[in-house]
Design a protein around this ligand. Structure first.
Ligand SMILES: [Fe+2]
Length: 287
């Protein structure tokens, strides 16, 4: 049984706040303070959009805060790229994205040109990060060679099974029209590679709201965002972001696993609107 604290979308920039003026670092610090009583964690995962501006400085700020939380517990912390990240900035601050409790690198990079995919093992659990970043685009793609590498990694089982971490979810909600165009493209390719493997679950972010589903036979979990929450009470043609940092505790294995439960920062401003816009035109839709 492994217990993972799953964070995503910290969106910290070189100067601090993101492009909407929200301070992701403060949100992260408040969230980690509020989740401090969660027991028995084995691992912290951050599934992308670490830096809002793609900078190494933004990634380094997140690494320091998450790294302190992990060091206090003696557990590793693992990161993957998101659409806001830049591979050079990410690698400069986080290397392959797999860091031990003391911040030392524990990942084995995939060694593929142009992507930051890697694998590590945490108390028998195989942790695989994929890189679905397409520079300049909101959607995600996994290249054929990355999928082939994943298939090779999964060809033999790990002692306690595996998790796959990537920014762009391979699932969406049909009733929310813009979602399909921003998630992982050709998700069935990933489902095909995962079929029959020892993968407990796919952990993703990007949507800034929680969502569960399946890709083929495998559970997929999308954790809420750290910096903001996308509020699906908005009309389905609009995107409304509100304050309120969230995280997930994923319990793998055990009687009911994988189970996922969300934790919310105790933020008196949670729910306050940050932006509302039309994703087709990009125009502000606030009244
Ligand atoms: Fe994203």
């Amino acid at each position: 049984m492994h217990r993972v604290l799953h964070l995503s979308d910290t969106h910290v920039s070189r100067t601090g706040p993101d492009e909407d003026g929200v301070d992701g670092l403060a949100a992260l610090q408040a969230l980690l303070h509020d989740v401090r009583h969660v027991p028995d964690l084995d691992l912290v995962v951050v599934s992308g959009d670490v830096a809002d501006d793609g900078s190494a400085e933004g990634c380094a700020k997140v690494r320091i805060v998450v790294g302190e939380f992990a060091a206090e517990r003696g557990i590793p912390h693992v990161y993957c790229t998101g659409n806001h990240d830049r591979r050079d900035g990410f690698a400069a601050a986080l290397g392959s994205g797999h860091l031990g409790p003391d911040g030392s690198p524990i990942g084995r990079p995939a060694g593929l040109d142009g992507v930051i995919a890697a694998v590590s093992e945490v108390a028998g659990l195989r942790v695989i990060t994929l890189d679905s970043l397409v520079p300049g685009e909101t959607y995600g793609v996994l290249s054929r060679d990355q999928l082939n590498w994943l298939a090779t990694e999964l060809s033999a089982p790990a002692p306690a099974g595996s998790i796959v971490v990537l920014h762009h979810p391979p699932i969406w909600v049909d009733a929310v029209p813009y979602l399909r165009s921003v998630v992982l493209q050709e998700p069935e390719e990933l489902a095909h590679v995962l079929a029959g493997s020892d993968v407990h679950a796919v952990l993703s972010g990007h949507l800034h709201h929680q969502l569960s589903g399946q890709t083929g036979e495998k559970p997929v979990w999308v954790t809420p965002g750290v910096i903001t929450r996308i509020d699906l009470t908005a009309p389905p043609a609009l995107v409304r972001g509100v304050l309120g940092a969230g995280a997930t505790v994923a319990d793998l294995g055990g009687r009911f696993g994988p189970t996922f439960h969300t934790l919310h920062a105790r933020d008196p401003h949670a729910g306050s609107q940050v932006y509302v816009y039309d994703p087709l035109t990009g125009e502000d839709a606030s009244e």
